[in-house]
Design a protein around this ligand. Structure first.
Ligand code: MG
Length: 157
């Protein structure tokens, strides 16, 4: 077995929707980034690549490459999945935390798990997803940023 950890941060800016876990969530802010700025997917990508010691999302999809501008992070996640499969691993489970003061994630949790499961070719029961606020303090609580963390367990194919 192999374990990996991923973390990502994106700045928030006025105007929705908020792209998270491959889902467009109705919200009055969006995440800013070179790609579609999906912090949750980027954390999952890094956890998968980290577990297989294959580098990180920035290495696989450099933000200096124009092809990655506005890129759908689902493509990146698919690429990461294919990369770990190519070296003999598959996903046992992933467990994720999204850090955001708003919006409440619970109403959107099943949609995000279903979308991630679809991209990763696993079942939603293999995906843990939790939301935490910033208790109105710090950059998360003041809604300046959104962050995500993920751990991934890989098992032989
Ligand atoms: Mg990112």
């Amino acid at each position: 077995m192999r374990i990996g950890i991923g973390h990502d941060t994106h700045r928030l800016s006025p105007g929705g929707p908020l792209r998270l876990g491959g889902v467009d969530i109705p919200h009055d802010r969006h995440a800013v980034g070179h790609s579609d700025a999906d912090a949750l997917i980027h954390a999952v990508v890094d956890a998968l690549l980290g577990a297989a010691a294959l580098g990180d999302v920035g290495q696989m999809f450099p933000d200096t490459d124009p092809i990655n501008r506005g890129r759908d992070s689902a493509d990146m996640l698919l690429g990461a999945r294919q990369a770990i499969e190519a070296v003999g691993w598959k996903i046992g489970n992933i467990d994720c935390i999204v850090f955001a003061q708003r919006p409440r994630l619970l109403p959107h949790r099943q949609a995000m798990r279903a979308r991630l499961a679809e991209i990763l070719d696993i079942v939603p029961e293999q995906i843990g997803l939790k939301g935490k606020t910033g208790e109105h303090t710090g950059p998360i609580g003041k809604e300046e940023v959104i962050e995500a963390q993920c751990v991934a367990l890989l098992v032989p194919r």
